[in-house]
Design a binder for this molecule. Structure first.
Ligand code: DGJ
Length: 746
């Protein structure tokens, strides 16, 4: 999977469908040559000769120029661009050296190729169990002016078009240096005609899709909230202009990181494209003493020549196999009901017992007690940090035992990274809060963030949380995070090292999460940040699912889910049906069915008709949801600028498929056919909604016929199941007898 041609000093990282080439040039720079569909060889000359300039430099006051060597820093494609040299298009690393200079210029020293991949310490990473699946190239570079080393890691997978990169800085200077920037990955492409797919949003409008031309000015997709950053998500796709959902080249990038990040994307003056991704350099600086090192988080690069869906398929498979906790990655999650939208803070033991009874009778499998069970927490204005059960309000033991007796699971909400100024913890340990002293720090939702840069705080808060989960047999945990970091200051880190706080904070969070999943591997963990404010691969390393959004309006959910689905497997996207009056429960459930399914409502308030609908839905979910959890996903029609949206999932053996269609505004009969993907063209599929048996190639070449008058806010779910020839014959006979009667699935 990784070869090195010693004569040409050429690296080739590849699998059957993907090639990534770069070489070491005469000046010991790593020059990127090609990344894309598998190529047996590359011609270095033809890929680099466009640089018309000869390389010249000053040595002992004399110009030195090799007439035969054409190279220009200004326009070359690098693996790790320099800083403060003649290349002005964005840098990979910036180091303030012992002499305070900022010139950063790393050149090749040596390399090694290893089987498998070493996990990065303290940071979430791809979990490799079988070394044979991955090979890693480790390249050591040295700064031209100092004893500072940069190690670049490249891990290529044999079964997926995935290349993971990360980097490490090692200080071998006898004095301190300051790291001001360290990227995880860089991709310099020879074309300048790409489009960028990213998402932006705010609270309750999580991850809205945006497609823009990569222009000749820098676009920065970034976050600087230190967590709960809705503005951008650390996942993008770069695609060729003509690439669509199904065809063409596209590159997906996802950072395995939950802190401040940035993707710098631009087309340069020569019309080439540069992508640099990693920790956001804003508010970042890290002091490294002699022999200390700093690791950047991993960045995943996924390539496909089969369009956006191709990249999505690669990412989904990768995340399920190598990121999500093994215990739950491919497991059906229980259908849950959460107390939040039903009762907010206003509940007691009796109400929760009733909730369990009602939920049980509807076929719901788990009850989750959300915010409000601890301290004096009857509103959001107090008690974060006081993780003691409010016994006047809830008898936790009783409700958990009751749920278990009914064969149901029980889940509990926590928000461990926070502290309310109005809490026992704050009155005893004000130093535990993370904010700049001598100013008036902004409160959000009446709360502050805990100083998780301080190991003592991590120890304290973990012991409190552990106590609860050790004492009670809790099956699921919702781990919330409801404010972002601002006016940061840490008594532990100190004023001089403020630039380290954002990164150290997320390391503290990872430490907490790591302790939790180590002690409670069988507790299903769902992270959340006021909805999907911290939706990334860093969190998914620990938690099997993330609450996608506090917006439970079903039509808004179609947009949110469509864009989230592009980057993350459906099995980790928390999607619930709420009591919002718009749409029937059936319609709402069809949308939520394409995520980890659950409810946010008070079942006691449901009419008999709604209850019956919900019982039917839950049966259907239990029967078919594995296609969502394990299958391949294809976006069929984007909701952006469209009156409808469609997508589908297909089981890996292609025998089962679920197709989703949603109509936004009322429309009379239009000709609407939706071509399906991923089916077996030779198999016949029974369609339970239309009560028909149709061959896969028809669906894939002609399409699924949805030409009918369509109501506003109408959701449709088509369940397709492959039938054998005997089943087909029996069906045809019954159909003739029944005179083409159509049974609806619900
Ligand atoms: C924000 C979450 O997104 C909600 O689902 C709920 O858990 C509240 N926090 C509780 O405070």
């Amino acid at each position: 999977m990784i070869t090195f041609d010693t004569k040409r000093r050429l690296f080739h990282l590849y699998n059957a469908n993907f090639s990534y080439y770069f070489y070491i040039n005469k000046l010991n720079y790593l020059i990127h040559l090609y990344s894309g569909k598998y190529l047996q060889n590359v011609d270095i000359e033809r890929l680099t000769e466009r640089y018309a300039e000869r390389y010249a430099y000053l040595d002992n006051n004399k110009e030195v120029c090799d007439e035969s060597y054409y190279f220009s820093l200004q326009g070359a494609n690098f693996e790790c661009a320099t800083f403060n040299t003649a290349d002005k298009r964005g840098s990979f690393a910036i180091i303030k050296n012992v002499d305070s200079s900022l010139l950063t210029d790393f050149r090749y020293v040596s390399h090694k190729i290893i089987q498998g991949k070493e996990p990065i310490k303290y940071l979430p990473h791809a979990k490799i169990q079988n070394c044979k699946e991955v090979e890693t190239l480790e390249i050591t570079l040295k700064d031209v002016r100092s004893e500072v080393y940069l190690i670049l890691y490249y891990s290529i997978f044999n079964n997926l078009n995935i290349l993971i990169r990360n980097s490490k800085i090692i200080n071998k200077e006898k004095q301190d240096i300051t790291l001001l920037k360290l990227a995880s990955t860089e991709l310099d492409l020879i074309y300048g005609d790409y489009e960028l797919i990213s998402t932006y949003g705010t609270w309750s409008k999580d991850r809205q899709l945006e497609v823009s031309k990569i222009s000749h000015s820098k676009q920065i997709i970034s976050d600087n909230h230190g967590g709960r950053g809705f503005y951008h998500n650390p996942a993008i796709i770069i695609k060729e202009k003509d690439t669509n959902l199904f065809n063409g080249n596209a590159y997906g990038f996802e950072l395995i990181y939950s802190g401040n990040f940035s993707f710098e994307v631009s087309a340069d003056e020569f019309n080439q494209t540069r992508v640099i991704a990693g920790i956001n350099e804003e508010n970042f600086s890290f002091t490294l003493r002699y022999n200390q090192c700093f690791n950047s988080p991993e960045c995943v690069l996924a390539f496909s020549d089969k369009g956006i869906n191709g990249v999505t398929n690669v990412l989904h498979d990768f995340i399920r196999q190598y990121i999500l906790p093994k215990t739950f990655a491919f497991k059906e999650r229980p259908i849950l009901i959460n107390s939040w939208e039903a009762y907010y803070f206003d509940f007691d033991t009796e109400k929760i017992i009733k909730l369990i009874d009602e939920a049980n009778s509807l076929g719901i499998e788990m009850v989750v007690l959300d915010d409000g069970w601890f301290g004096n927490r009857d509103s959001d204005s107090s008690s974060l940090g006081d993780w003691q059960i409010n016994k006047d309000k809830i008898d936790l033991e009783k409700v958990i035992t009751y749920a278990h007796e009914k064969n149901m699971k029980f889940g509990l909400w926590v928000e461990p990274e926070m502290i309310s100024p109005n809490s026992k913890l704050f009155s005893e340990h004000p130093e535990f809060a993370l904010y700049k002293r001598n100013i008036k720090p902004t409160l959000f939702r009446h709360q502050l963030v805990l100083d998780l840069t301080n190991p003592k705080v991590v120890d304290y808060i973990y012991s409190e949380i552990k106590e609860i989960f050790k004492k009670y047999p809790i099956d699921y945990c919702k781990w919330d995070f409801n404010r972002y970091l601002s006016e940061i200051g840490s008594l532990y880190v100190g004023e001089n090292n403020e630039g380290e706080i954002y990164h150290r904070f997320i390391l503290g969070t990872y430490d907490l999460l790591n302790r939790f999943i180590t002690d409670f591997p069988n507790v299903l963990l769902e992270t959340c940040a006021s909805g999907g404010g911290r939706f990334d691969l860093g969190m998914l390393y620990y938690s099997s699912q993330i609450w996608a959004s506090d917006e439970t309006d079903p039509t808004a959910r179609v947009d949110i889910q469509y864009s989230t689905n592009i980057f993350y497997p459906l099995s980790c996207i928390g999607a619930h049906v709420s009591a919002r009056p718009f749409l029937t429960y059936q319609d709402k459930a069809i949308i939520a069915a394409f995520g980890t399914f659950g409810y946010e409502l008070d079942p006691i308030k449901l009419s008999e008709e709604d209850k019956n609908q919900i019982i039917g839905i839950n049966k259907l979910i239990k029967e078919w949801h594995h296609v969502v959890t394990e299958g391949d996903y294809y976006a069929l029609k984007s909701p952006v600028n469209s009156n409808y949206a469609a997508w589908m999932t297909v089981s890996k053996n292609k025998k089962e498929a679920l197709v989703f269609h949603f109509n936004f505004r009322r429309e009379p009969t239009y000709s609407r056919y939706i071509k399906l993907y991923g089916l077996d063209p030779d198999l016949y599929y029974f369609n339970s909604l239309t009560n028909t048996i149709i061959k896969g190639d028809f669906y894939m070449n002609v399409g699924l016929n949805i030409s009918a008058p369509l109501d506003e806010g109408k959701a449709m779910l088509f369940v397709l199941k492959a039938v054998n020839s005997l089943e087909k014959t029996i069906y045809e006979k019954i159909k003739m007898k029944n005179n083409e009667k159509r049974d609806k699935i619900f």
